[in-house]
Design a protein around this ligand. Structure first.
Ligand code: CO
Length: 133
C-alpha cells in the first residue's frame, strides 16, 4: 500500500473553543473546517498544514474514545491519520501482516472521507487512522 501523505494529526482537547483560539493566535492561521462526527463521538476543527491538517478533537461525552483518553492522560496527541489511495486494500494488507485492526472496514470520517483505525500496539503506542479521500 502507499501512504500518500500525513492527512492529519489528531489532538484531544477538553475545551474546543479555547483550543481553537490558542491555535489561531499562536500560528496566525484560520480553521478551515468544523464538523461533528457522531460515529466517532467527537466535534473536530481542522487547521491547514500544507495539504495536511491539525485536527483538534473534543469529545461529545465522557463515554467516548476521546473522552476516555482525556480522562486517562489529559490533552495531547491522540492519533496520526495517514492518507491512502485504497483503504480496503490497505486493511487487507495489514490483516495479512497480522496487524490488529480497530475497524475491520471503512467508516465515515470528516470532510466526506472514509477512515479506519488501526490498533496502536504494532505502531509503538501510536493510534493510527487510515484516511481515504
Ligand atoms: Co482522525
Amino acid at each position: 500500500m502507499a501512504l500518500t501523505d500525513v492527512d492529519h494529526i489528531g489532538i484531544a482537547v477538553t475545551d474546543l473553543e479555547a483550543a481553537v483560539e490558542h491555535y489561531r493566535r499562536a500560528f496566525g492561521v484560520e480553521p478551515v473546517h468544523r464538523e461533528t462526527v457522531e460515529d466517532q463521538g467527537v466535534e473536530e476543527v481542522l487547521f491547514p498544514v500544507g495539504s495536511s491538517y491539525i485536527q483538534l478533537l473534543a469529545p461529545l461525552g465522557p463515554d467516548t474514545p476521546v473522552g476516555r483518553f482525556l480522562a486517562k492522560g489529559g490533552e495531547g496527541i491522540h492519533h496520526v491519520g495517514y492518507r491512502v489511495d485504497d483503504l480496503e486494500a490497505a486493511l487487507d494488507r495489514l490483516r495479512a501482516e497480522g496487524v490488529p485492526l480497530v475497524d475491520e472496514t471503512g467508516r465515515p470520517g470528516s470532510r466526506g472521507t472514509t477512515v479506519a483505525f488501526v490498533h496502536p500496539k504494532v505502531f509503538r503506542g501510536v493510534l493510527v487512522e487510515l484516511v481515504q479521500e
